[in-house]
Ligand binder design. Sequence first.
Ligand SMILES: [Zn+2]
Length: 137
Amino acid sequence: MDCLFCNVINKKEDAYVIFEDESHVAIMDKYPIQKGHSLVMPKMHHEKITDMTDVAVAKLFSKVPVVARAIIAATGADGFNIGQNNGRSANQIIPHVHVHIIPRYGQAGNLWTKRMISNEDDLAALAKKIKNKIKSG
Ligand SMILES: [Zn+2]
């Protein structure tokens, strides 16, 4: 099975990792809707949250505020959306469960607006900043 996110988790594919514990990873989205757009995912491969145990889903979502707090601290965003898509018709592009954290800055936005191609240097610098915020709690 060739899964982009499993490859990221197994370090076969590069990504800007901002959080990792024994069963979860958070990375910067390479095609962000807004600056700081990140993805939190379980290391275990499941396509949809309905394929996971209730406990595993609860654990996954318990990591969301941890990562979101660091994104807010690093970016100064004044709000954020959480998105979790299941199935192609729901806009799920990578078939490995992930939770989107999309920071918002001042103006109201639709959840899925146009994505940007991020500058690698900016992404690396921001990833480092968020990572430090998670460490410092
Ligand atoms: Zn996977």
